[in-house]
Design a protein around this ligand. Structure first.
Ligand SMILES: [Cu+2]
Length: 503
């Protein structure tokens, strides 16, 4: 595949300039701006032809390649909307957006284009906003020229001198808050000859979020300025919501195809260790610039930076996009799925899909059940027993089944059974306590002794633990019953935990 890309690249480039795309340093060993196709090279003269209205897309979609031989005047119209949207199941947040989505609309132009930029701020907005595009040469990247009050529209024009993948963001005070609320996106300034052709392109952008409530705490959640200052995010997400790229909304591609991800990091605080579990990037334009690296496992994307990652799909299955600062992926939401269909290739990979056990509810299977139970909590105060069981089944498969097994049977001498466990059945509070705080030391289950350690699961919220335990009580021949979020809350409140360990 690398061969494929390099070949097509070489052809394009041979036609365009007759040299290799990887820029060569000058004799001195120091690259000059001209060597790298920098701003000095990017002014291709005045725009030609009729002005063109830019096609903007919402994530994860990317506008089609520019495919133009000469510079043009391109008109971009972007509207700021402040919208209540779901950040996690049953959790609402007031996002500030460029184009109604987080990240904002994807903008795609060609190096040398003259961009006439219109920023509109919807009349329902409560705040003024502006835009700083990292692809703009000029003070503030457009910020001072685009300050726009609610119900107003501003306009400024810039020439796209440097090629690359650039972040744009709001730069209105308090800047950190505007960015934390989702005000960022990507603008791709294509090289004149375009990028190498691929089969599919996607738009993914990481951000960190700070809410007053804890991770997955239900209901409306306000922005927490102190957590933001402390750089202690509640959520780290791709495309602005936990559910944005999983389940039905997973990215989709086929075996044999080449995929390009335009990946940005809006921050405001965290640097991303971007990784796709089960893939190797054949080619990465690191930092969104001209040069590329090959055969990369994890690429670092700074806050306010981007990368273009290309890879070819050889084997079907679910590939998981993560921030490899891995607690962010499994405990703060930084997880997305690329679902690849097509024939197996046993010579490359032997098989056995692991995403159910490994990712649980995050993989999207049964996600609807979890959402339904969460929604019921918001609308009617509590889910029904059936909703709890359905949601608990999904949650169990992500957290408990790793040890206690999908059928609850445990593993002889290692993990005690939850199916027909007398230990579990005898004392509800003790079971809640085990799930919440873990368990160690000698215990006897169904006449057999276990002396091992179960880690605390206090990262799960009260609803989640209640649903899991209700599922266990009603499965595998167990006697039935219900655990409510209130039951869990009581046990949690009476548990002493070291400072900082409490959920
Ligand atoms: Cu703003």
């Amino acid at each position: 595949m690398r061969k494929l890309i390099v070949v097509s690249l070489a052809t394009v480039f041979a036609a365009a300039s007759g040299c290799d795309r990887q820029p060569k340093p000058a004799e001195s060993g120091v690259a000059t701006p001209a060597d790298t196709g920098g701003s000095a090279k990017g002014d291709f003269g005045p725009p030609q032809g009729e002005p063109i209205k830019a096609v903007l897309t919402s994530p994860p979609l990317v506008p089609p390649p520019v495919d133009r031989k000469q510079p043009a005047k391109v008109i971009v119209e972007l509207e700021v909307r402040e919208l209540d949207m779901e950040i996690s199941e049953g959790v609402r947040y007031n996002f500030w957006t460029f184009g109604g989505t987080v990240p904002g609309s994807f903008i795609r132009v060609r190096q040398g284009d003259t961009v006439e930029f219109h920023l509109k701020n919807h009349p329902d907005s409560k705040m003024p906003h502006n835009i700083d595009l990292h692809g703009v040469t000029g003070p503030g990247g457009g910020a001072s020229s685009s300050f726009t009050a609610p119900g107003h529209e501003t306009q400024f024009t810039f020439k796209a001198l440097n090629q690359g993948l650039f972040v744009y963001h709001c730069a209105t005070a308090p800047v950190g808050m505007h960015v934390a609320n989702g005000m960022y996106g990507l603008i791709l300034i294509e090289p004149p000859e375009g990028l190498p052709k691929v089969d599919r392109e996607f738009y993914v952008m990481q951000g960190d979020y700070y809410t007053v409530g804890k991770y997955r705490e239900k209901g409306y959640q306000a922005f927490d300025m102190q957590k933001a200052i402390d750089e202690n995010p509640t959520y780290v997400l791709f495309n602005g919501a936990e559910s944005s790229l999983v389940g039905d909304k997973a990215l989709k591609a086929n075996v044999g195809e080449t995929v390009r991800l335009y990946v940005g990091n809006g921050g405001p605080n965290l640097v991303s260790s971007f990784h796709v579990i089960g893939e190797i990037f054949d080619r990465v334009q690191f930092e969104g610039g001209t040069r590329y690296q090959e055969n990369v496992q994890t690429t670092l994307i700074p806050a306010g930076g981007a990368a273009i990652t290309d890879f070819r799909l050889e084997v079907p299955g679910s590939y998981v996009l993560v921030d490899h600062s891995i607690f962010r992926a499994f405990n703060k939401g930084a997880l997305a799925i690329l679902k690849v269909d097509g024939p197996e290739n046993k010579s490359i990979y032997s098989g056995k899909e692991v995403d159910i056990d490994y990712l649980g509810d995050k993989a999207g299977s049964g996600q609807a059940a979890v959402s339904e139970a969460a929604q019921a909590t918001v609308t009617s105060g509590a889910p029904t027993r059936e909703q709890q069981i359905a949601a608990g089944k999904t949650l169990y498969s992500g957290t408990c089944s790793v040890c206690h097994q999908v059928d609850g049977a445990g593993l002889p001498n290692v993990f005690p059974p939850l199916a027909k466990s007398d230990y579990f059945a005898q004392d509800k509070e003790r079971a809640i306590n085990a799930a919440l705080n873990g368990l160690q030391g000698k215990i006897t289950v169904n006449g057999k002794e276990y002396n091992s350690v179960m880690p605390p699961m206090s990262q799960l919220n009260n609803d989640e633990i209640a649903n899991i335990l209700t599922y266990v009580m009603n499965s595998w021949g167990n006697p039935g019953g219900v655990v409510t979020a209130g039951d869990v809350a009581k046990v949690r409140a009476t548990t002493k935990r070291p400072e900082g360990a409490a959920h």
